[in-house]
Design a protein. Structure first.
Length: 350
């Protein structure tokens, strides 16, 4: 029996050593195409879109990225860092469909594997394979055998036990068509007379690709650049730029050290920019979210002294929030400014 186990282990090890990155060209074509369509969408945004359309596209970006991914798939379903009532879970599920980053079950499975086997061959977006791979290249390649093997063994029973997750998984493509594509295309046309072309390319394609990169930065930049005040022995880092781009998900050294904390940061939202935590606390005040899990001060201080890199410091909350609001809305105000300049100097005419 022991010899059989040993043989199986040796076989898997041999297969892993023989593994070579294999490009999935249909994914390359698809990802390239959506970026081209998104670029065209931004061209339309600054040359012909109504101001309401730009604001609406940004609002839908926040709905998908903040509600659907960070507060929903990430903090609620992947880490069980808080609990949510049925009505809130429905909202988060719909927002997750808006984000279009795989259904909740698949997203959670990949994320749990990422945490358990971070920076190994079993990590779906292993940053040791380079910035581009961690950012988006992993979606263009066949998965490493270890990713598939560990993913199959990951316990996902708690996620599948949620009837909302089951419903989304059964009807995912229909829900995506409705909430990712149809809804943001139709609303601007009906409510303020935007063209179908502008609505689709701006509110669907540009908005979608922009939100993808906001999420991907957590996998790439937050694993490459920044400090490690909580655990210097792991690769995830505190990256303030990613914090601003992802509404509070860039406190990554803290998050990988204490993945069960619903805030994914030490200071919540009252002492640093963390819009997702503010949102969850708002839901809690409405009795829609509860059992928010946190790390005790004693546990935290002991961990900082034991494994931190000595860079821990408290930020200036006013400066942090001011920069956070400006940076997280850059695409909004910069687009308005660029559109104004082009119109003012007669580069375009509405």
């Amino acid at each position: 029996m022991s010899r059989l186990v040993s043989t199986e282990s040796e076989t898997k090890e041999s297969e892993n050593k023989k593994f070579k990155t294999s490009i999935v060209w249909k994914n390359v074509v698809l990802i390239t195409t959506i970026h081209i369509l998104a670029a065209y969408g931004y061209y339309l945004l600054i040359t012909s879109a109504k101001w309401k359309t730009i604001l609406f596209a940004y609002t839908f970006t926040v709905l998908g990225a903040l509600f659907g991914i960070t507060a929903g798939a990430h903090r609620l379903w992947s880490h069980r860092s808080y609990k949510a009532k049925f009505s809130l879970r429905v909202v988060l599920m719909i927002s997750n469909c808006i984000a279009l980053q795989n259904d909740i079950y698949e997203w959670c499975r990949d994320h749990r594997v990422h945490h358990k086997y971070s920076e190994t061959d079993a990590d779906p977006h292993n940053s040791n394979r380079g910035f581009f791979f961690a950012h988006m290249g992993w979606l263009m390649c066949r998965k490493h055998p270890q990713v598939i093997e560990k993913g199959k063994k990951m316990d996902m029973s708690d996620v599948l036990a949620d009837p909302i997750v089951q419903f989304q998984r059964r009807h995912y493509y229909l829900l995506v068509l409705l909430f990712w594509g149809l809804t943001p295309t139709v609303i601007p046309c009906i409510l303020w007379g935007e063209t179908v072309r502008n609505s689709f390319f701006i509110c669907v394609m540009f908005r979608y690709v922009f939100s993808l990169h906001s999420t991907w930065l957590v996998n790439s930049a937050a694993h490459k650049w920044g400090n490690k005040p909580y655990d210097k022995n792991i690769d995830p880092r505190e990256n303030v730029s990613v914090v601003y781009a992802s509404y509070g998900e860039g406190y990554h050294n803290y998050h990988h050290t204490f993945p069960w904390d619903y805030s994914t940061s030490e200071f919540g939202w009252k002492y640093n920019f963390n819009f997702t935590t503010l949102l969850i606390d708002l839901f809690a005040s409405m009795n829609l979210a509860f059992d928010r899990r946190t790390v005790s001060k004693d546990n935290l201080s002991q961990r900082i002294r034991r494994t931190g890199d000595g860079t821990w410091r408290r930020v200036n909350v006013i400066v942090h929030w001011a920069l956070g609001i400006v940076m997280s809305t850059t695409v909004l105000w910069f687009s308005y400014l660029l559109q104004y300049v082009l119109f003012k100097f007669n580069f375009i005419a509405f």
